[in-house]
Design a protein around this ligand. Sequence first.
Ligand code: HEM
Length: 202
Amino acid sequence: MNDKIYLYPVWVRLWHLFNALLFLVLIFSGLSLQYSGVPATLIPFKYAVSVHSISGIVLTVNYIFYLFGNYFTSNGRYYKCPLHGMFNRIAKQFRYYSYGIFKNEAPPFPVTADRKFNPLQKLSYVIVMYLFMPLLIISGVALLFPDYIPTQIFSRSGIHLTDLIHISAGFILSMFMVVHIYLCTIGKTTTSNFKSMINGWH
Ligand code: HEM
C-alpha cells in the first residue's frame, strides 16, 4: 500500500526555504547591530544595517505571500484551531512528547491528509505566524521610518518601546526556530520531516 501523502505544495516549500534563510541572515545581522560596540562583531555595523533592512523587507514580502497562500489555498485549513477540547488535545500531545515517545507509544495524532500538524505544532505555528511574525514585521517597518513613531507612548520613548517589541519578538522567534528544528527531528526517522519539506511528501 502506498501511504505517502503530499502535504507540502511547492509554494509552501519555497516560502519556507526563503523564510528560514532570511531568518538566519536576520539573526546574524540583528546580533551584529545589537552588539555593534563589541570589537569582534559578526558583520561590521555599516554593512549590518543594510543587510538587516533589505532582508527584513524581503521577509515581509515573503510573509505576505504566505498569508495569501494560506488564504487562497487549502493549506490554511491546517491552521484552524477549534477551541472546543483544545486543552485536552494539547495535554495529550504534551504527554506524548514528554513520556509516551520514550515508551515507544504510537503518536496520539498521527499525520493524515486532513491533519498535517499535531495540536501543539498547530498552536505554536498559529502563535508564531499570526502573532509574533506580525509584531516583528510591524515594529521592524516602524523602525525603518522612525519619524512616524510617536515620541511618547505611555510616557515612554516611542522608539525605545518599538525597539523593545522588535527585539523581544526576534528573540522569541529565534528560540522558536531552535525548538522547531529539534521537534522536526521527531518524525518517522530523524531526517524524514526535513526530506518532506524538500520533496513535499510525508
Ligand atoms: C533552518 C531553519 C528551519 C528548518 C530546518 C525548518 C524545518 C521545517 C520542517 C522540516 C518542516 C516540516 C515539518 C512540519 O510541518 O512541522 C517545517 C514546517 C514549518 N516551519 Fe520550519 N524550519 C526552519 C525555520 C522556520 C522558521 C524561522 C519559521 C517561522 C518563523 C518556520 C515555520 C514553519 C511553519 C509555519 C511550518 C509549517 C508550514 C506548512 O506546512 O504550512 N520554520 N519547518
